[in-house]
Design a protein around this ligand. Structure first.
Ligand code: GUN
Length: 283
């Protein structure tokens, strides 16, 4: 029987650890605050932002909410980021993506002070991660590493295949698996023989954005399967990029959707906020 990797329970454990760390910092007179900026009213983003605020409340981090209208200009958003960069009472700055098309995401990400970039998207943090120096790790891939470690699944020496090469998941995921001494392959839309490559994987991380695309014939017997996708089906139920019912019988462990990778992203965001509080307080 495959092990179901319980992201809900593991994320709860991390949030409780963060909560204890925040209480300790509070006792030392250090408060932690996260600025959460949303531009426009994309309904999916609104749900994510709301969940981030709820997690902040749970762990004892103050959330500073900025809900800006769709027509906000790039200059206005840059000015807000700059103001928060200079505000010593703000430890973390999160600009919810995607941004409206008239605002360049890279310009905004580059403007966030790396020491407050709790998403781990700034090139300085991405570079530090690649060369193994301290910095903020991108939350979803860092959460997946935690899922594996806390489920006693070793990475060192394993064939790891990542499907997807986004800046938010695929690329940092590959870097973190490599950092854990995995043997890493990254697949993408131009990969030839995708099935054959996936079948080599001891650990298969799927972040393609296509509902139920990965069926049993992509998976080696006994592989660990991590599903980053989340989609709402016509019957209103959620599903991932992996066809769970087909893959479950042949894998050794799998993340469900919902309740797998999803809750880990926010837990790691909370973890990064505490790190930021510690770092900034030391300056
Ligand atoms: N949009 C989708 N995922 C994320 C995330 O992890 N951080 C931010 N800022 N925006 C997102």
């Amino acid at each position: 029987m495959a092990q179901i990797i319980d992201g809900k329970a593991i994320s709860q454990a991390i949030k409780d650890e963060v909560k204890a760390a925040v209480e300790k910092l509070n006792k030392d007179g250090i408060e932690i605050a996260l600025a959460v900026i949303q531009v426009g009213d994309d309904p999916a983003s609104a749900v994510y932002v709301n969940n981030k605020k709820k997690a902040c409340a749970y762990v004892g981090i103050r959330s500073l909410a900025y809900e800006l209208p769709e027509k906000t200009s790039e200059e206005e958003l840059l000015a807000l980021v700059q103001k928060l960069n200079e505000d010593p009472s703000c430890n973390g700055i999160l600009v919810q993506l995607p941004l409206p098309s008239h605002i360049r995401e890279d310009v905004i990400i580059n403007a966030i002070a790396p020491s407050k970039d709790v998403d781990g998207f700034h090139p300085a943090n991405v570079g530090s991660m690649l060369i193994g120096q301290p910095g903020f790790l991108s939350c979803t891939p860092a959460g997946i590493i935690q899922l594996l470690k806390r489920s006693n699944i070793s990475i060192a020496g394993k064939e790891c295949v990542v499907i997807g090469r986004s800046n938010i998941v695929g690329k940092p995921m590959a870097a973190l698996l490599l950092r854990e001494n995995g043997t890493v392959t990254v697949c993408h839309s131009k990969t030839q023989n995708l099935k054959e490559v996936c079948k080599r994987a001891d650990i298969l991380v799927v972040a393609i954005g296509k509902p139920k695309m990965i069926t049993a014939d992509y998976v080696k017997e006994g592989a660990v399967v991590i599903d980053v996708g989340i989609h709402r089906m016509d019957n209103k139920k959620l599903c991932g990029d992996v066809d769970y019912d087909s893959v479950f019988p042949i894998c050794s462990a799998i993340t469900p959707v919902p309740g797998g990778v999803g809750p880990m992203t926010i837990a790691m965001l909370m973890y990064n906020c505490v790190l930021s509080g510690k770092e900034n307080s030391a300056i």
